[in-house]
Design a protein around this ligand. Sequence first.
Ligand code: ZN
Ligand code: ZN
Length: 154
Amino acid sequence: MQVLDGGCQCGQLRYRVSGRVAALFACHCRDCQRHSASAFGMALWLRDYQLTLLQGRSAQWARHTPGGKVTDCHFCPQCGSRLFHHNRATPQFLSIKPGSLDDTSWLRPAAHIWTDSAQPWLPLPVDVPGLPGNPDDFAALLAAWQAAPDACRG
Ligand SMILES: [Zn+2]
Ligand SMILES: [Zn+2]
């Protein structure tokens, strides 16, 4: 069990989440490039989680995926920082946008997905699994985390 604190860019929204880290991966899909407005997105999945907003309130937007699923995307209403995703099809997981954590020093993605749309200048690590698109099921991402040698599993 880990307890993690984080917040948005402007500082209005602060959160604390406890849970068991189940996966940490980088996603190079165009949606993650857009929501992060950068080269890729990262996702830290927690199970058996408890989320507490210490300060502020998140706004949310429901994203309808091409596969027919719905993800609730939470962000700071003032500065727009994306903080959490909650896929209604996998409610047991909370996906944190881990760049919002106060301590990012331990973050090592255990897999990279959607590498087909990765920025071409970005070298991808050879020692963790890479998938060209979306995994068929997310068990591969959970397994990659379990197999990560220097993983911080709490
Ligand atoms: Zn903010
Ligand atoms: Zn993505």
